[in-house]
Design a protein around this ligand. Structure first.
Ligand code: NCD
Length: 319
């Protein structure tokens, strides 16, 4: 049976904990120049149908650390431009004997479709406004490193929740782990329909940030917005920017996070992005280790392969 990572929503808390423990173990091995298990004789396809900097490079870097070979698929110069469907593209890659796929696509559900036809593990690297599971894992690892646990933390996710796969994956992970998630933003970008996720909703920034342990700002994802969703970027920044004044409402030891790419001066100012509360560079760094864990995990279900298994030490990851 193949093991896919398409959504945090479908993972049990024990699986999330296993992935985070693996990530922490990979991080400590790499930091200490210790050997990591290798995924040999396999080729991973990297399919990015949407722009990406950190996610694509960190999957490549993760694969390099694991000695897993990669094949890059340049969506803009592929036969999909000649009318080939996603299903036929996936079948082509299957019969070219790729062993696993990492996929980013503008359509929600595209990696799930790929998982149906591919025949090997598929990892979602962000699909439309649905999910971005490895981003949430990296964010969780970053929080746990600083706060010890996720349980009981108050976490505000601020901005364009409506279009954010990062917000959804983080919501599922953090709430499964016992954190209290708040969504904060204008009504058009945090609509009432979002409340099905059972997060608290705030349309006033100062109330949403009151006493929080973590602030996670999101990019305004204009590429997914319909007309009229945002009156003006300037007005948004005036009301919802994470800056020195806004952070005064949070706990003094608040962590400031952003998944990137960051539009400086809009969702966050330089004080918040580069100040001592910011853990944005840790998020980027941890992205590599959680992707190593995701690849190792996806390639190892029930196959009983004789590769050295990393010791799943009970790190501080358990929440
Ligand atoms: C995000 C994405 O692509 O979903 N970035 C990322 O992967 N770190 C967020 C965004 O695009 O705003």
């Amino acid at each position: 049976m193949n093991k896919h990572l398409t959504a945090i929503r479908h993972l049990a808390l024990t699986e999330i904990e296993e992935l985070l423990e693996l990530s922490a173990d990979f991080k400590s091995r790499i930091n200490q120049d210790k050997a990591v298990p290798e995924i040999k004789n396999k080729v991973l396809g990297l399919l990015f149908f949407e722009d990406s900097t950190r996610t694509r490079v960190s999957f490549e870097q993760a694969a390099h650390f694991l000695k897993l070979k990669t094949a890059n698929f340049a969506a803009t110069s592929s036969s999909m431009n000649k009318g080939e469907t996603l299903k036929d593209t996936i079948l082509t890659l299957r019969y070219e004997r790729l062993s696993g796929l990492v996929m980013r696509h503008r359509q929600s559900g595209a990696p799930t479709l790929a998982a149906k036809f591919f025949g090997g593990p598929v990892i979602n690297a962000g699909d439309g406004s649905h999910e971005h599971p490895t981003q949430a894992l990296g964010d969780a690892l970053t929080i746990i490193e600083r706060k010890g646990s996720l349980k009981g933390l108050k976490i505000a996710i601020v901005g364009d929740v409506e279009h954010s796969r990062v917000a959804r994956s983080n919501y599922w992970l953090l709430s499964k782990a016992g954190a209290e998630v708040r969504f904060v933003g204008p009504r058009t970008l945090v609509p009432e329909s979002t409340t099905y996720l059972s997060a608290q909703v705030f349309h006033e920034l100062t109330l949403g940030l009151d006493g929080v342990d973590v602030v996670m700002a999101l990019r305004l994802q204009k590429e997914r917005m319909k007309d009229g969703m945002l009156s003006s970027v300037h007005e948004y920044a005036k009301m919802y920017q994470i800056n020195r004044e806004a952070l005064q409402f949070a706990k003094p030891d608040v962590l400031v996070m952003h998944p990137g790419p960051l539009n400086r001066g809009i969702e966050m100012d330089d004080f918040a992005a580069d100040g001592s509360s910011s853990v944005i560079t840790d998020q980027v760094e941890n992205g590599v280790f959680v992707r190593m864990a995701a690849l190792y995990w996806a390639f190892h279900e029930g196959k009983g392969e004789s590769q050295e298994k990393p010791t799943s030490k009970k790190t501080a990851v358990k929440s």
